[in-house]
Design a binder for this molecule. Structure first.
Ligand code: NDP
Length: 458
């Protein structure tokens, strides 16, 4: 390892320090490309903070924050409808509980591995801090593929998964929620199993529960609505708005559907959405009721939309969606869905703003393209924090044994998203990067956790 030269000019010294810590991260986590990408984005955006606050370097905050408190990997064996024994791998990564219990969703998708869960858990530390709610950072999931499984298979898998996971979670310890492939149905089955294992009704152990047994009104809508509220603030500052704009939203899952709904309520025309097979383009504006029925009720492919709407077109391949001209792009499907080429295409078609509903949907190169071309850019950590914010509100309601109305929850969500925008904007300005919300969100999220780490000792 290089020895740091403390006599170098400060910026160069801090850069070399960050290079050095990042090199160690790469060595310790080889082949974990998504995790390395998330760490790189955060680390280098913290250079201005480290320059002004050398105690963060002395206290080895970067070295400590990037190492999870623990990672649990476990076997999940279950039996399918034909009597075959299946084995999947489950994960839970607990990154930081400095400002509250570990908190973050569970993802069920065949692509899940340690790198994906660690990138998501790492991002969650800063996102949760930005919400202003008392929640730390964690994430989990499994390489189980829910597609094509019967309801009984989903239930047996969720029960087997929770049998292991239950050893590591609790309302004051670690509070999982949903993510890709995990919605209210899966949370329900997992909560049922947890309750049996504990012999107690600990409502606050999971969020995203059904409304009848401890769930919060507005949680289902929160991530999508929150992303649009955040982008609305960003547009307002630039003298723009959703009203009258053309919008493209990737995905057609939980985040996408409610981002589409809120954008439409604010007067936008949403012309395209997608799933992992392809995308639809409906020039006059997509019919959200059809998308909701196909995806939320019937579990069908987005291609079937065109059977009912012959004026719309369906194209195979999900990345093609970024060739559709739009004013505002909201990537709400998955990580790295916008690469440098897709970003350049969006820019050449005149995109004015990009709001990340999904986690890390833009590659580092794509983000550079947006920033270099003065596209208003709302990074995931800040823009999609609405979901976990309402999860924290769900925990608060569970602790108080109270239920808030949809209006109360939505108004709190709106305020939280405005605050996150203001915090991110101010932090960017304070450190000399006015207008760069990537840097602003990382700094604002980091400082609160870093200070708590110092106050709580080593
Ligand atoms: P869902 O499972 O409800 O929906 C995911 C959507 O993305 C589906 O339309 C799915 O298509 C599509 N998709 C999945 N994988 C790919 C892929 N490799 N390429 C293209 N499309 C893909 O998940 P959510 O809506 O909950 O999550 C979406 C994103 O938002 C994720 O990045 C998640 O981490 C993030 N997020 C979610 C939060 C929440 O509250 N739910 C909170 C904060 C962030 P198909 O139907 O074909 O699988």
């Amino acid at each position: 390892m290089k020895t740091l030269n403390k006599h170098l000019p400060k910026t160069q010294y801090v850069h070399e320090y960050v290079d050095q810590v990042f090199e160690t991260v790469k060595k310790r986590n080889p082949n974990e490309m998504e995790f390395q990408q998330a760490v790189k984005e955060v680390f280098y955006s913290l250079v201005p903070v480290l320059e002004k606050n050398s105690h963060y370097i002395q206290q080895a905050i970067l070295e400590r924050i990037v190492e999870p408190d623990r990672i649990v990997s476990f076997k999940v064996s279950w039996v399918d409808d034909h009597g075959n024994v299946k084995v999947n791998r489950g994960f839970r990564v607990q990154f930081s509980n400095h400002i509250g219990p570990y908190k973050g969703g569970l993802r069920f998708h065949p692509s899940v591995n340690a790198s994906i869960i660690k990138f998501l858990g790492f991002e969650q530390i800063f996102k949760n801090s930005l919400t202003g709610q008392p929640i730390g950072g964690g994430k989990g999931g499994s390489d189980f593929d829910p597609k094509g499984k019967s309801d009984a298979e989903i239930m047996r898998f969720c029960q087997a998964f929770m049998t292991e996971l239950s050893k590591y979670i609790g309302p004051d310890v670690d509070v999982p929620a949903g993510d890709i492939g995990v919605g209210a149905r899966e949370i329900g089955y997992m909560f049922g199993q947890y309750k049996k294992l504990r012999g107690a009704y600990e409502a606050g152990v999971l969020t995203g529960k059904g409304i009848g047994y401890g769930g919060s009104l507005g949680r289902k809508e929160a991530t999508g609505y929150g992303a649009v509220y955040f982008v609305e603030e960003m547009l307002k500052d630039a003298g723009e708005s959703f009203n009258g704009s053309t919008v493209v939203v990737s995905g057609s899952g939980n985040v996408s559907i409610y981002a589409i709904e809120k954008a439409m309520q604010l007067g936008a025309t949403v012309v395209a959405c997608s799933d992992s097979n392809g995308y639809i383009y409906d020039k006059g504006g997509i019919d959200l009721a059809t998308v909701k029925r196909l995806k939320e009720v019937e579990n069908k492919r987005i291609s079937e939309y065109v059977d009912e709407h012959p004026d719309a077109i369906y194209m195979d391949g999900c990345t093609g969606i970024w060739s559709v001209p739009c004013d505002i792009a909201l990537p709400c499907a998955t990580q790295n869905e916008i690469d440098e080429n897709a970003a350049a295409l969006l820019v050449s078609n005149g995109v004015k703003a990009v709001g990340e509903g999904a986690n890390m949907p833009s590659t580092l190169e794509a983000i550079d393209v947006f920033l270099e071309n003065n596209v208003l850019f709302a990074p995931a950590k800040a823009a999609n924090a609405g979901g976990v914010s309402v999860s924290a509100l769900e925990m608060a309601q569970n602790s108080a044994r109270q239920y808030w109305t949809l209006e109360e929850v939505d108004s709190k969500l709106h305020d939280i998203m405005k605050n996150i925008y203001t915090k991110s904007k101010k932090a960017a300005e304070e450190y000399g990067y006015a207008g760069n919300l990537v840097i602003g969100a990382n700094i604002a999220g980091f400082v609160k956790v870093a200070d708590a780490m110092i106050e709580q000792g080593i």
